[in-house]
Design a protein around this ligand. Structure first.
Ligand code: NAD
Length: 467
């Protein structure tokens, strides 16, 4: 029990953690290192704000449209900060800011549909939809803003409030986004918390949170599901991928090679649904390896703020070490680097864009998620062999098939065990589509109306037609 006035005063917390610029490897800023015991007050604020926010969908639509405008207006500051802490080329940061605003605008105008059940009985059953309460959104470092918006836009549109936790590698642009949105949304409707673990773990298990929506690695996803089990909160998990691209024997290599290259190397390969394994008919293998190696050698690698840069650094030192480790293991197992194969000299976390050939199929760069600028190119002799190899992984996020005969390519794409299968491109998403992985790649559905309903619960009113 408090015994004096001093006991009522919260502890002064000045703890902060460093944020590193991956282009230099040097700390350039810091962020508040919020502690797990601060979450009670944060979730309480989100809960109090929920009562007003849930009341009026028309108010929410207007507010989220205004929020989208505010994000665009802050685009220069958001994009520069994102490039500093994440590493991606500035043009990609601008594109990410635009996608963040687009998500707000899309969900602003999406409303759940009330439905009546007609089953021949003289009763009226009506399904209405209710928000869940405070939602925890936990986000990784590869697309901090757009992945955050993919969570908070549908959650807010549905009438929930949100506690958003970015990765400690990329807290700054998210903090700025939080301030931009706080200026136009009602107080505490969206609260950003920053800090190192166990902040995320404690947020996922907090009893006041009714939905945990998480994007990140499979192992952390499992920990989040276990943590949320304590309060039986709903869980949506968007996890890792090891997407295969399968080229068919009628593919026009010259025509597709640029698209294919960037499907693997965009954002320095740090994309959950990047092409991470490439299966090529044996007779085209040498030609494809050579075409991709030429692209890899011609790419301008450098700091994201340099306007010439096409490929920035890897985001953080641990990730760079992991990419180096799996690449060296593959080379030790007998693989050959047709391009790259090593980190770049000098400061910063730069890894040369790498095309690997002669990779043993059991090598970690094939069986796991390299999540970096490294692509193994694997020959196949029969289409069944290629499809079996593509599906022979614990992941199931996306996959693609490339060929000139589109119907044939689509028929092969249908055989892929994944959430989204593309023909002649990869990792293209529409805001209106469901996004869901199978196997270890995820639980639940994000995107489109499914993303909205993922943040709502059905409420059924059942009454006789007549008194
Ligand atoms: P990560 O799992 O290490 O971290 C993700 C987030 O979880 C971060 O905010 C982190 O601080 C937090 N966290 C860490 N431990 C936690 C815990 N015990 N409880 C709760 N939260 C915790 O992932 P990462 O390295 O930041 O991101 C890369 C991974 O994300 C890759 O596997 C990638 O495929 C995946 N990813 C998936 C998608 C998708 O939509 N499926 C999209 C982007 C990235």
């Amino acid at each position: 029990m408090p015994t004096s006035e001093a006991d009522h005063v919260p502890a002064y917390r000045a703890a902060r953690f460093a944020v590193v610029d991956p282009a230099t490897g040097e700390a350039f800023a810091d962020a508040p290192d919020q502690q797990p015991d601060e979450l009670d007050a944060v979730v309480d604020r989100a809960h109090r704000a929920w009562h007003g926010w849930r009341a009026d969908p028309v108010v929410r639509t207007t507010a989220l449209r205004v929020a989208a405008d505010a994000v665009e207006a802050a685009g220069d500051d958001l994009a520069r900060l994102l490039t500093r802490e994440q590493g991606k080329p500035l043009a990609e940061s601008y594109a990410e800011v635009a996608r963040t605003a687009a998500r707000l605008r899309y969900f602003a105008d999406l409303a759940p549909r009330t439905r009546q059940i007609v089953d021949g009985r003289p009763v009226r059953s009506e399904i209405r939809w209710r928000p869940l309460g405070p939602v925890a959104a936990i986000v990784p470092w590869n697309f901090p803003l757009q992945l955050a918006a993919a969570k908070f836009a549908p959650a807010l549109a549905a009438g929930n409030t949100v506690v958003l936790k970015p990765s400690p590698f990329t807290p700054l642009a998210t903090q700025l986004l939080g301030s931009v949105l706080a200026a136009v949304l009602p107080e505490d409707v969206l609260i950003v918390v920053t800090g190192r673990e166990p902040l995320g773990a404690r947020l996922a298990s907090h009893p006041g949170i009714r939905h945990v929506t998480f994007t990140g690695s499979v192992s952390t996803g499992r920990a989040v599901a276990e943590a949320a089990a304590a309060s039986l909160a709903r869980v949506t998990l968007e996890l890792g991928g090891n997407d295969a691209a399968v080229l068919l024997d009628d593919v026009d290599v010259d025509r597709i090679v640029d698209r294919l290259f960037w499907a693997a190397f965009r954002n320095c390969g740090q994309v959950c649904m990047a092409v991470k394994r490439l299966y090529v008919p044996a007779r085209l293998h040498a030609e494809v390896v050579e075409a991709l190696a030429q692209r890899a050698k011609a790419v301008a690698v450098g700091p994201g703020l340099n306007p010439e840069t096409q490929l920035g650094p890897v985001n953080n030192a641990q990730q760079l070490a992991r990419i180096e480790r799996v690449t060296q293991q593959a080379l030790a197992d007998g693989a050959r680097a047709a391009a790259g194969g090593h980190r770049q000299d000098g400061p910063g976390y730069f890894f040369a864009p790498t095309i690997l050939t002669d990779v043993p199929p059991g090598s970690a760069v094939v069986t796991g998620e390299q999540f970096g600028p490294v692509l193994p190119v694997l020959p196949y002799r029969s289409l069944d062999e290629a499809v079996d190899a593509a599906n022979g992984t614990g992941f199931g996020l996306g996959g693609s098939v490339w060929g000139t005969d589109l119907d044939r390519a689509e028929a092969v794409a249908e055989r892929l065990e994944c959430g989204t299968a593309w023909v002649n491109h990869h990792a293209e998403l529409s805001l209106a589509q469901p996004f869901a992985g199978v196997k270890d790649s995820g639980v639940g559905v994000a995107g489109g109306p499914w993303g909205l309903y993922g943040n709502l619960r059905p409420f059924v009113v059942h009454r006789p037609q007549e008194a």
